[in-house]
Design a protein around this ligand. Sequence first.
Ligand code: PMP
Ligand code: GLU
Length: 404
Amino acid sequence: MTEAPISDRAAAIKPSATLAVSGRAGQLRAQGKKVLNFAAGEPDFSPPTAVRKAVADAVHAGPVKYAPVPGTPALRDAVAELMSTVHGRSFSRNEVLVSCGAKHSLANLFLATCNPGDEVVVPSPYWVSYPDMAGLAGATAKFVPTTRADGWRMRPEALAAQLSERTRIVVLNSPSNPTGAGYREDDLQALGEVIEARAPRAWVICDDIYRDLVYGDFSHVSAFKAFSESLGSRVIIVDGVSKTFAMTGFRIGYFVAPAPLVSAASRIQSQTTSGAATLSQAAALAALTDPSVPAEVAAMKEAFTRRRQLVLDGLDPIPGAEALPPDGAFYMFVDVSPHTGPGARHADDIELATWLLEEKLVATVPGTPFGAPGHLRMSYATDDASLTDGLSRIGDALSSLPTA
Ligand code: PMP
Ligand code: GLU
């Protein structure tokens, strides 16, 4: 054992639970076990044809050099144009920072805005990485509880209770990972009023990574549309190509924000990762601009819509497994609390998910790392046959258990 220690910062950080479960599912598969993976938050599709061609063209075109730190001019312009269309206001190149995935965009933002002692307000259940990113930036995460009865949406008074002068960031994630819940315009308006009244020094980070993946009558609402002009000056939009274009492995995300904040985050990026990968930026440019891409994305969305219904129907007869129909993203957040705790076979959702993975070979992510014990997150970004097979394995497994 070495005497040279690791930092307190590293010791305090938890590994990403979503990536950890996917990793374990991969190990079991490598041992030849037929694991059905409902853990991975990533589409099973290939990226659009034009994206693959753009990478091939770029790699054959000559040297592949460092990209400018904030992103290639062409990609920043394409992002500015897209964000201008989506959000109904004009963004320019110097209000865009391209990073190595939306996760990196968020980490840069937390580091560029938080001082030690600041607070980051996060709706719970939350995507696993927000609290640890806040911790890395020296800030403290404050959680706003939401319930299934409220559609997993924050009530304005619950948000107000966590806001103060110390709030430096409020995170909005619509549609949400892990619940799939999305905010309507009047919901957002009410939350905006509370933020304006109670958190005068807070940035509002809208994590819009699932903006395009919405179902039924839900459509994504821009915070700029719902908020007042003055609160709009504190809004940051995080978005990226990972989910909509099935490009998780390309590692390209971006945010739009006031130019001084883009410069600050870009300085951090210049001393840590440099610009995002040149080939991936060429691929992302094709995703955002090639006219053949929207038809391929529409086909992926159609598959997600069908799979969402397949999972809702499959869960219906399973005892002690309840979920709300999600507005968007590709997750079903299932209340399995009757199968956990006193009187049940498994002490908690972590033990239940471990049993499902190791014994029944179905990978799901337990709710605890999302701040919601008694739940399992199932990703339906996997093929229909695996979904059908996995739901019947889960149904058989849960039916065999005594409930509390
Ligand atoms: N935000 C949310 C809510 C997510 O689920 C993900 C998926 N990992 C990300 C951000 C980051 O996406 P990426 O880094 O792959 O662009
Ligand atoms: N966002 C995805 C998930 O929640 C990918 C893994 C991660 O980055 O957390 O599963």
